[in-house]
Design a protein around this ligand. Structure first.
Ligand code: HEM
Length: 491
């Protein structure tokens, strides 16, 4: 069976490695360069695996939405799905009965109406993060906001998943959980492990370092998150009051839903991995970008002073009244999507597209870097310019449902039936943090320590390399308002 889309020749002349050597760093950029030469859909090989790279919204819609019944599978991979998630992780699960069950259970906590119920938690964590930043950056002390964003996103997910939170960035759970997420991102990108694309006999016969790393990560998930579920289970058995959370829900329905300990651990891990590093990454890129763009910052301050004033913090209800602040978030997502290559979909049967066959088992990668930088849609696509979104009042989920996919705001949350179920909670968390940081601080670059806005950390998930900035409260009373809000809304 032949795929007749264009293809970079080198990929097919190196029979063992395919394109792998060319995709080790910043693969989205190489893939974008090839898109310019080979068009909006082309094929590459990695080891013995055929990939189709999609770089156009219309093609993405045709395959992954219109033909979502065919393009919603995932590839079983040695490292991610078999070694780390042992066949149970919702993100890596095949498109089957087990995936449907896990997705349904995840939705109990992630659907829009559920997020309304715990918005007070998100609200509190955002204020707590800004307050901690305010205290730790006093008198012009240089500060790296990254661990603060990491802990805020972590607390939100820990509260939703286990009914638990940490009280400062030095809590051991913060270090442990953030290290697990980072390691997961680095070992599981769509093109991270050539071993996943070798024949099975090669995979079995080689003592791969990545496999050891995968086993270590699996044990880490069992100990860290499996341990927390056991703890919730024990407290429930002892009749101790346990706050509503995913763990409690799963324990309550486990017989009726036939969930075993591994199912529960891996579903909780999906929340802790999928929902922490990603959301934190957007908050971190925001903190890295804003000090380098003082005029954008001034415009946001003007909008906040006009609509919210200086006597209270911006809230969820203010979001529709603050289009410029909202545009900043969309533009951060466009310029710095945490996963340029998302999570790949797989064809579960042969499919003919424009006369070419995409064979069953082909991995379909959406290169969102190309979609987010298409010069036909975006003027000066490399520029950070929130004004491009000023008339876009839709949330990311509403935008993702637009019939005309060429007008979608961004592709950060993926597409089709596997689209991120955490997008409602993520958008809300990011709004609360970003609008409140803008409200509270003037943010400055440190001339001798310029923030690197190009390099990024990680193979699959990207966040900025460590940086420091200066945060100056915008007016007297910021600290008091934050402290007052914290004591009023204690969760
Ligand atoms: C800015 C934050 C986030 C980004 C950029 C993000 C991105 C993504 C992407 C690209 C996918 C794959 C979509 C596809 O296959 O087309 C995904 C899936 C997923 N995300 Fe998120 N995510 C974020 C936040 C969250 C949060 C807060 C949660 C909460 C638990 C979450 C849970 C999940 C889960 C469980 C899946 C697997 C869905 C499936 O395979 O059916 N994500 N996410």
């Amino acid at each position: 069976m032949r795929v007749v889309f264009g293809r970079p020749r080198k990929c097919f002349t190196n029979f063992i490695l395919g394109c792998f050597p060319m995709l080790r760093t910043y693969p989205e950029l190489t893939l974008d360069k090839w898109a310019q030469k080979y068009g909006p859909i082309y094929s590459v090989s990695l080891g013995n695996q055929l990939f189709v790279i999609v770089s156009d919204p219309g093609v993405a819609k045709e395959l992954m939405i219109t033909n979502g019944a065919i393009f919603s599978d995932r590839k079983p991979t040695l490292i991610k799905s078999e070694t780390i998630l042992v066949g149970r992780g919702i993100t890596a699960n095949r498109y089957d009965h087990q995936w449907r069950k896990h997705r349904r259970i995840a939705a109990i906590w992630l659907k829009q109406q559920s997020v309304e119920r715990y918005t007070d938690t998100l609200d509190y964590e955002a204020t707590d993060m800004i307050y901690q930043l305010c205290m730790d950056s006093k008198n012009g002390r240089h500060i790296n906001p990254q661990p603060y964003a990491g802990r805020c996103a972590l607390n939100n997910m820990a509260k939703i998943t286990f009914g638990f939170r940490t009280d400062n960035i030095y809590h051991p759970f913060v270090k442990q959980a953030l290290a697990l997420s980072r390691e997961f991102m680095n070992t599981t990108g769509p093109m991270s492990n050539l071993v996943d694309f070798m024949p099975r006999w090669v995979q079995k016969s080689l003592p791969w370092k990545m496999k050891r790393c995968g086993k270590r990560l699996h044990t880490g998930l069992l100990e860290t998150y499996g341990g927390r579920i056991k703890d919730v289970e024990m407290r429930l058995k002892e009749g101790v009051q346990v706050q509503d959370c995913l763990a409690k829900t799963m324990i309550t329905i486990k017989d009726e839903e036939k969930l075993d300990d591994l199912d529960m651990t891996m579903l909780a891990s999906a929340f802790m991995i999928g929902g922490v590093e990603t959301t934190a990454s957007v908050m971190q890129w925001f903190s890295a970008l804003i000090p380098a763009h003082p005029s954008i910052q001034r415009k946001a301050h003007e909008e906040l002073d006009r609509i919210v004033g200086r006597n209270r913090l911006p809230t969820i209800q203010d979001e529709v009244k603050l289009p410029y602040c909202r545009s900043i978030i969309k533009e951060v997502a466009r310029c710095h999507n945490p996963f340029w290559l998302g999570t790949s979909h797989v064809a579960s049967e042969d499919f003919v597209y424009k006369g070419a066959t995409i064979p069953k088992g082909t991995v379909v990668v959406l290169n969102t870097w190309s979609l987010h930088h298409d010069p036909k849609r975006w003027i000066e696509p490399l520029e950070f310019n929130p004004d491009r979104y000023i008339n876009d009042n839709d949330s990311a989920s509403t935008s993702a449902r637009r019939p005309d996919v060429y007008t979608r705001d961004h592709w950060m949350f993926g597409i089709g039936r596997r689209m991120c179920p955490g997008m409602f909670v993520a958008e809300r968390e990011i709004w609360l943090v970003v609008s409140r940081m803008l409200w509270a601080f003037e943010m400055f670059e440190i001339p001798e320590k310029p923030v690197d806005l190009k390099e990024y950390d990680g193979m699959s998930g990207q966040s900025p390399v460590p940086f420091e900035i200066v945060l100056r409260p915008r007016f007297e009373g910021v600290e008091e308002i934050l402290a007052g809000e914290l004591s009023r809304t204690q969760v």
